[in-house]
Design a protein around this ligand. Structure first.
Ligand SMILES: [Cu+2]
Length: 154
C-alpha cells in the first residue's frame, strides 16, 4: 500500500515536471528571458573643468534577452546624459539597446555618457561614482577612474 502511494507520488511528479517546463518556455517566447549584464573598461578622460566630462565603457550582455540602458545618475554630478554621435554631432538618447549575446560600446568618437556639473574638477587617478539604470536588469554601480585627458581606451 505504501509502495503504491509512493508510485502515485512519483507519477504526479513526472506529470508536473514537464507542465512546469512548458510554462517557463512560454514565458521565454513572450520575452521573459533574462539579460545578464556586466560593465567593463569604464573611464573618464580628465575634463578641463568640472562643468562637462565624457564617460566611456562597454556593457556586455551574456543573457538571452535584450536590455536597454535607460538612464545614468551620479551623486557627484548634477546630471548625466546618454549621447550618441552622428556625423560629428551629439544627440541625447532616451535609451540605448544592450542586445542579448552582444554588447553596448560607449567609445571615443561614438556613443558616450555626458557628465554635467561635477562637484569639482577630478584629477587623474580619482574616481567618479556612477549608477547605470536598465529597463530590466538591476542597476550597476561603478567607481569610474579618471584617465589623462587624451586617453581613448586603447
Ligand atoms: Cu555628448
Amino acid at each position: 500500500m505504501t509502495r503504491a502511494r509512493a508510485a502515485l507520488g512519483l507519477a504526479a511528479a513526472l506529470l508536473l515536471g514537464p507542465a512546469l517546463a512548458g510554462c517557463a518556455s512560454d514565458a521565454d517566447a513572450a520575452g521573459g528571458g533574462t539579460p545578464e549584464l556586466t560593465a567593463e573598461g569604464a573611464y573618464i578622460p580628465r575634463p578641463p573643468t568640472a562643468e562637462l566630462a565624457g564617460g566611456f565603457l562597454t556593457i556586455e550582455n551574456t543573457g538571452d534577452a535584450d536590455d536597454a540602458l535607460t538612464s545614468v545618475t551620479s551623486e557627484a554630478a548634477d546630471s548625466v546624459e546618454i549621447h550618441t554621435t552622428e556625423g560629428g554631432t551629439m544627440h541625447q538618447a532616451d535609451a540605448l539597446l544592450v542586445p542579448a549575446g552582444g554588447e553596448l560600446r560607449l567609445a571615443h568618437g561614438g556613443s558616450h555618457l555626458m557628465i554635467m556639473g561635477l562637484d569639482s574638477r577630478p584629477a587623474e587617478g580619482d574616481t567618479v561614482p556612477i549608477q547605470l539604470h536598465f529597463e530590466k536588469s538591476p542597476a550597476i554601480s561603478l567607481e569610474v577612474p579618471v584617465r589623462p585627458a587624451t586617453y581613448t581606451g586603447e
